[in-house]
Design a protein around this ligand. Structure first.
Ligand SMILES: Cc1cc2nc3c(=O)[nH]c(=O)nc-3n(C[C@H](O)[C@H](O)[C@H](O)COP(=O)(O)OP(=O)(O)OC[C@H]3O[C@@H](n4cnc5c(N)ncnc54)[C@H](O)[C@@H]3O)c2cc1C
Length: 609
């Protein structure tokens, strides 16, 4: 937990301004059901039995890591009748889908902050609503306040894209009537492509190694995946050229052809580059854009929402489902090694404290790099496979800053109402330094040299504008997703406390330009550059997706072409996190797909109870 001096400086003031009564820090993921218990106690108690008992039993499946994918895998395995144990190294479940109360009274979605991608099948099959998931659907998707001088305008103005078609048309038409018309055609095509590839997310990818070298039986096993692939191709149909272009061309080239107004192009470009070390000029970044239009929330296509209580609410509801089926989930249990039997098959894990726990199979929610290079005995893996894993690209430009505010941000371009009620723009993703694609490219280039541009790309969300359970009365939480910040800084500089504070101060100065009074409203902050994302959350390289979502690292290239179907070269060892197909995002698909495949394999091995 990072507590920086600014918190202590303003703590007394905060108590006066925001608190009705003093609060203690409680880092449990679900403040409603787990209040007054540490998370590990609460999770353990909900699972029943005593800790020692749980560690001495033998399991059908052990899952390393309680990220939302590990929890999803555990729920499906346990529901299928397999005795399942989840072991998490942190004191809290959720991985990058977590809520933590870093500043008293303020609940931060410390990493991921908006929900859309969670597969609807998981929502239904695990009855997540019944297990406590509540969402606040956002009425508006994207808002860009524009600095007058940089946007070539005489006054501060803004662009708001919302679910209201008429308003969105009018907003875009401020800049270009032509773009306002084209926008709806463009969106329909992109959303159509997104819908067509949806089914690909819910099944394992075609495994190239089985297809090439596998037995007839192995090849036949690939048939459902091949059929899904063919169906997707036929559904994309006449939009295939656009799909191909998205996968291969620079997004700037595509958007320049469709649109003429820079603010619109810049907002749309952010969907392709969020979380990726690419600029609008980099070829082949478009796949991430599709990731942004594949989601739905409670039946509303392409909607994005703030889960109540923060993103930890999603993980907690999945954990509640898993526990209701009988799964055991334990925190503060870091796994050191995956155990292999004399036939080199996975047969359990050894914890860092030396405790051995046996199981018929092991699923890892950790990144592929951690799973295969740190936890698996190297002699069990082919040399080429190790080299493939070493070559995975984990570069990340993201620094996340979570901020506690004593008032609602007030944007120059759209001043707050006297009533203090948040506007639609407060509920959306607020894009700053997003006046043009060139501006985004300018902030990318220094990062390639280990430097940080003075006007980084900033995406601000204010979840407390819809969810009043996460901040004291009158106060707000803002999440700042910023890029481009290198993991390795130039000139031997380190991401120490001084550097992190210096960067956050610069980001706040930028926000102040759009939102006067922002800096003085900050009462606490949590700064997470790439090395901190790696250290705290186990995200290799700080990469938010467990590895870049570039064309060579998706579908049958994820995590590596020689092991793209969740299986690994070690029998009984599977990858069930975002490092596997279909990749990053709070989606649950890797966990669900891996669990279904592993469960079938166990049945084939005749080891089912
Ligand atoms: C800053 C940031 C912002 C993001 N924003 C969004 C967003 O708004 N919307 C969205 O959909 N996605 C977003 N993402 C991406 C998304 O959060 C991740 O892709 C996803 O949550 C990863 O889930 P996972 O379960 O695969 O892995 P993780 O959440 O990384 O979970 C892996 C778990 O394994 C544990 N672990 C690792 N090693 C061991 C070990 N040896 N023993 C025991 N446990 C271990 C880790 O502690 C961790 O809990 C964001 C990510 C980040 C970092």
């Amino acid at each position: 937990m990072l507590r920086l001096p600014v918190i202590t400086l303003r703590e007394t003031l905060l108590q006066k301004v925001c608190f009705r009564k003093p609060s203690v820090i409680d880092c449990s993921v679900n403040q409603v059901t787990l209040r007054n218990l540490s998370t590990s106690q609460a999770v353990h108690r909900a699972a029943g039995g005593c800790q020692e008992d749980a560690l001495t039993q033998e399991y059908d499946a052990i899952i390393i890591g309680a990220g939302h994918n590990g929890l999803t895998a555990s729920a499906y395995l346990q529901k299928a009748g397999l005795k399942t144990l989840v072991l998490e190294r942190r004191h809290v479940i959720g991985g990058a889908a977590v809520t933590e109360e870093i500043v008293p009274g303020f609940k931060f979605s410390r990493c991921s902050y908006v929900l859309s991608l969670l597969r609807p099948e998981i929502y239904e099959e695990l009855e997540l609503k019944k297990h406590g998931l509540r969402v606040h659907v956002r009425p508006a998707g994207a808002y860009a306040p524009l600095l007058g001088e940089s946007a070539g305008l005489s006054r501060p103005t803004s662009l708001l894209l919302s679910s209201n078609a008429k308003n969105t048309y009018d907003q875009i038409a401020q800049f270009s009537e032509k773009d306002a018309k084209e926008y709806f055609v463009y969106s329909e095509i992109i959303e159509g492509i997104g819908a067509a590839i949806g089914p690909l997310l819910d099944s394992p990818p075609v495994d190239l190694s089985s297809l090439g070298d596998g037995s007839f039986k192995d090849r036949m096993e690939m048939w459902p995946a091949i059929k899904t692939l063919l169906k997707t191709g036929s559904q994309i149909g006449k939009n295939l050229p656009m799909f191909y272009e998205l996968l291969t061309a620079p997004v700037a080239k595509i958007l320049d052809r469709w649109f003429e107004s820079e603010p619109l192009k810049a907002i749309l470009a952010t969907d392709c580059i969020t979380g990726a070390m690419v600029s609008p000029q980099t070829p082949g970044a478009g796949y991430v854009l599709l990731h942004h239009v594949m989601g739905e929330i409670e039946g509303v296509k392409h909607a994005w929402a703030f889960p109540e209580g923060g993103m930890g609410g999603v993980s907690q509801s999945i954990a509640n489902a898993a526990q209701s089926y009988g799964a055991t989930i334990m925190t503060e249990k870091p796994v050191d090694t995956i155990m292999l039997d004399s036939d080199q098959k996975a047969c359990g894990v050894v914890l860092e404290d030396g405790t051995e726990i046996r199981s018929k199979m092991v699923l890892s929610n950790a990144t592929a790099r951690i799973t295969y290079l740190n936890l698996t005995p190297q002699e069990a893996l082919p040399k080429e496979f190790i080299q493939d894993v070493q070559a995975i690209d984990y570069t990340s430009p993201v620094t996340k800053i979570n901020v506690a505010l004593d008032r609602l941000p007030n944007f120059k371009a759209d001043p707050n109402l006297a009533s203090g009620v948040p506007g639609a723009h407060h509920t959306s993703t607020i894009h700053l330094n997003c006046e043009s694609m060139d501006r985004i490219t300018a902030s990318y280039e220094p990062c390639t040299r280990g430097e940080i541009y003075h006007r980084p790309m900033i995406e601000m969300c204010i979840p407390s504008s819809l969810d009043r359970t996460i901040a004291p009365e009158g106060c707000h939480v803002a999440t700042l997703f910023t890029q481009y910040t290198p993991y390795h800084l130039a000139n031997g500089e380190k991401w120490d406390e001084r550097k992190m504070n210096e960067y956050a101060d610069m980001v706040f100065d930028n926000i102040e330009d759009y939102c006067p009074g922002f800096k003085s409203s900050v009462v606490g902050r949590d700064i997470l550059p790439p090395p901190e994302l790696e250290r705290i959350f186990g995200l290799t390289g700080g990469n938010i997706f467990h590895g870049a979502m570039s064309l060579d690292q998706i579908y049958f290239g994820r995590p590596v072409t020689s092991a793209a179907s969740y299986r690994s070269p070690v029998e009984g060892l599977y990858l069930c996190g975002s490092g596997a197909h279909p990749g990053g995002g709070v989606m649950g698909a890797p966990g669900r797909n891996a669990a279904r495949l592993a469960s079938k394999d166990l049945e084939k091995r005749g080891k089912r109870r």
